[in-house]
Ligand binder design. Structure first.
Ligand code: SF4
Length: 401
């Protein structure tokens, strides 16, 4: 077994070379080509990506992704203690896949005041170190609202990392405020914004965006806004919504565009792929992803995104059962405790919201892996030790030796 630091192995391509290959990889010329591309310092391009999406060898694809994951992170699987607080569900757009947005006059429309936002955090403030906040494009809010919000949150909860705003929210705030994206992000960083969660990438092909989220930022704009954030020292994640109307080629192009952007600006920490969750009213033409397809997308993401460190199995969307399979198919992160979630649950997710650290750790241990609690920026790690009575604690790495 290769010794891997708890924070990950920078020499993972070499480690990958030394892994014994299972037959499902060894006997597949396409997977051997991918392996050769990665271990020689290259990457898996769009054409190979399309072939991976079309390959019947799903077990080989999962096995290769798992070898890459093991080479990078050994048996560690990461999670954090976080809380989701959405600022508003009022939105000037109406993306076809979105079950969350409401018009301003809808009975269930809301827009949190700064005090209401702080009150949402308060009951969790001693157990979380991250608040994840996204929302709709409110017709009236400018940069001043968000400055006030982040300043108040930092003053009240100085140890909580603020991961907030999708790229389209940043674009909307900039436009409503009459300032550039760069000035918007600079001011918000000064006010306390720590990182961007990466939502809203959908599929980075404009013809797909025209069909599912017309009016949203273009694919170039999504990447540019993240590039500007990276340039300002703001780390971001990136995402993919699949299983709507895209082709497998468009999925491969999406992954390749993120990979290329990472080469340019190097600020993506984690890639979060999630399938469209259907209901009866939206996107009737969607080609819904089966469980096999979800696992395939996660595994191919791990194979193609050699320069993005982490791949997340987003439990809030895919549920704990599929997430635990994904952790053996390339994913190394299971997101956080979350505690409250609207966007995926409005769309039909039944993922549990009351899972604490101990339950996440159990899910990770059940697949023979080691639970590691991380901070948002993957710069601080503690191995999580469950107690037999159900309680648990995080131990600093040094104490584990
Ligand atoms: S996905 Fe975002 S931008 Fe689109 S309608 Fe929903 S809240 Fe608005």
């Amino acid at each position: 077994m290769i010794e891997v630091p708890i924070s990950g192995n920078s020499n993972w391509r070499n480690a990958l070379k030394n892994h014994e290959l299972p037959l499902s990889v060894k006997n597949d010329p396409l997977l051997l080509e991918c392996l050769e591309a990665i271990t020689s310092g290259g990457y898996v391009d769009v054409e190979k990506g399309v072939k991976l999406f079309e390959s019947p060898n799903i077990s080989g694809i999962s096995a290769l992704a798992n070898l890459i994951k093991k080479s990078r992170f050994g048996n560690y699987v990461y999670f954090n203690d976080n809380l989701h607080v959405n600022t508003t569900n009022i939105c000037v757009l109406a993306c076809r896949f979105c079950a969350f947005r409401k018009g301003p006059r809808h009975n269930d429309a809301y827009a949190l005041s700064v005090d209401e936002y702080l009150h949402r955090i308060e009951p969790f403030s001693q157990i979380i170190d991250e608040v994840h906040s996204v929302g709709g494009l409110h017709p009236d809010w400018t940069v001043s609202y968000y400055e006030e919000l982040y300043k108040a949150a930092k003053k009240t909860y100085p140890n909580i990392h603020i991961k907030s705003l999708t790229a389209v929210e940043v674009k909307h705030i900039a436009s409503r405020s009459g300032i550039s994206v760069k000035e918007t992000l600079s001011r918000l960083k000064l006010a306390g914004l720590d990182s961007l969660p990466g939502g809203g990438a959908e599929i980075l092909v404009d013809s797909v965006r025209d069909r599912i989220c017309r009016g949203k930022e273009s694919s170039d704009e999504y990447l540019k806004i993240h590039e500007i954030a990276h340039g300002l020292g703001i780390k971001t994640n990136c995402t993919m919504l699949f299983g709507t109307v895209e082709t497998v080629r468009e999925r491969a192009i999406h992954l390749s565009r993120l990979r290329h952007q990472q080469d340019l600006s190097n600020g993506f920490q984690c890639f979060v792929p999630y399938p469209f969750l259907p209901d009866k009213t939206r996107l009737p033409e969607a080609q819904l992803a089966s469980m096999n397809e979800i696992i395939r997308v996660i595994a191919i993401s791990r194979i193609m995104l050699d320069n993005i460190p982490h791949i997340k199995a987003y439990r809030m969307n895919i549920g704990s059962h599929v997430a635990s399979i994904a952790l053996n198919s390339g994913a190394d992160d299971i997101d956080g405790t979350v505690n409250h979630e609207e966007i995926m649950h409005e769309a039909g997710s039944s993922a549990r919201l009351d899972s604490d650290s101990d339950e996440l750790a159990r899910l990770i241990e059940d697949i023979d892996s080691v639970p590691v609690k991380r901070n948002t920026t993957y710069s601080d790690f503690t191995q999580y030790k469950r107690k037999p009575d159900g309680g648990g604690q995080s131990l600093p790495v040094a104490q584990l030796a």
